[in-house]
Design a protein around this ligand. Structure first.
Ligand SMILES: NC(=O)c1ccc[n+]([C@@H]2O[C@H](COP(=O)([O-])OP(=O)(O)OC[C@H]3O[C@@H](n4cnc5c(N)ncnc54)[C@H](O)[C@@H]3O)[C@@H](O)[C@H]2O)c1
Length: 340
């Protein structure tokens, strides 16, 4: 009997047991139709810790055996960004369904090549833009599609992390616009439609690492959408009170604000005044979304549907990120069509 049930579970390998790999690993073992069979990480200790926590059968240091194992149907790629394109190509050629963390790569040509392999092999592919699976953003999207805001005129987003990531991560991240702000660019496209032109300013105000690396820690991006609507995005790598994500869409019939204020549904009032808590980090704020996006990926492949967000979303968010980075570096407005 249990054999019958097991056969329907999708045998999966998790690549990368770091920050986001651990979160995805915990979610994978909680999805009934997923069989997380193997964890791959060249840092054996990282893989072992997660293996013990999740009671996973096997760990490997090199993904090659995973690609050669025809019983593994899906891979969840949570490795550093500079390894994604190569792993996607190898997984696609091996016929695996692919969930990959954002972004595919920092360069357009590398991204195009990997995604062409995905398209030509026809394997299912989903990119890790989890905000689309947050109940607030999903409901905002539903209401916009339902026409509840009428014509969309303005978009506003704030994305602030509690503190900058370690220097080693920053060095490989592609910079604030391609690493952090790319989530805002994806949500801007998701809710408002395609972007036509961008203009950005950035500044290294508090992070010595960002300054040393020629990166920024504080930024503002202006967007002009193809529809004629306008947008503004503020990003910071540091926020004294924790993770700060706010998005507002303003239209002819009203506006929608997506903002999660309280982590705990409680406010305390005492002699020192009022107190309430706040989401400290992205793993808390988007806990539900990280699980939802994986469930959706596996549901799509089980039903032979196309997972979303997919190849085009991965490409277009990167094109915006590259255009914005260029705008900041060259101090001019950049048309997205320049990025080819
Ligand atoms: N969607 C999100 O909200 C979100 C959040 C954090 C990170 N990310 C993305 O996830 C990726 C990983 O970020 P992180 O913060 O978890 O990094 P991390 O450095 O904490 O973890 C990466 C892990 O991958 C391992 N690794 C390196 N090369 C490998 C290979 N070839 N095969 C298997 N494992 C390998 C490393 O040893 C490490 O344990 C990045 O691309 C990042 O942009 C996305």
């Amino acid at each position: 009997m249990s054999g019958t049930i097991d056969m329907k579970r999708i045998k999966t390998a998790l690549l990368g047991a770091g920050r986001i790999g651990q979160e995805h690993g915990r979610n994978l073992v909680s999805i009934p139709f997923v069989d997380l069979a193997i964890i791959c990480d060249p840092v054996v200790e990282a893989a072992k810790v997660l293996q013990n926590q999740l009671r996973i059968e096997a760990i490997v240091e090199d993904p090659e055996s995973i690609f050669r194992d025809s019983t593994i149907q899906a891979v969840v790629i949570c490795t550093p960004t500079d390894t994604h394109a190569d792993l996607i190509e190898r997984a696609a050629k091996a016929g695996k369904a692919i969930f990959c963390e954002k972004p595919v790569a920092l360069e357009l040509v590398k991204t195009q090549k990997a995604l062409e392999t995905v398209s030509s092999t026809g394997v299912p592919f989903q990119i890790g833009f989890q905000r689309r699976y947050d109940s607030g953003f999903a409901e905002c999207y539903r209401r916009i599609k339902n026409g509840e805001l009428g014509r969309l005129d303005q978009f506003r987003a704030v994305g602030r992390d509690p503190e900058p990531p370690p220097k080693g991560y920053l060095a490989k991240s592609g910079g604030l616009f391609l690493d952090q702000a790319i989530h805002e660019f994806d949500i801007a496209r998701f809710l408002m439609g395609e972007v036509e032109k961008v203009q950005a300013w950035g500044s290294a105000r508090f992070s010595v690492d960002a300054r040393d690396l020629g990166d920024v820690d504080t930024a503002v991006t202006l967007l002009q959408f193809k529809s004629g609507a306008l947008g503004v995005i503020e990003n910071a790598r540091q926020s004294a009170y924790g993770y700060d994500i706010v998005t507002e869409v303003f239209g002819e019939k009203g506006k929608i604000l997506v903002q999660a204020e309280l982590k705990t549904p409680l406010r305390y009032y005492g002699q020192e005044g009022g107190q309430f808590d706040h989401y400290p980090f992205f793993l808390d704020r988007f806990k539900e979304a990280y699980k939802n996006e994986l469930e959706s990926f596996y549901r799509a492949i089980s039903c032979s549907e196309t997972p979303t967000p997919g190849v085009q979303d991965a490409m277009e968010s990167l094109r915006i990120g590259i255009a914005v980075t260029r705008s900041w570096k060259e101090n001019r407005a950049v048309n997205i069509d320049e990025v080819i």
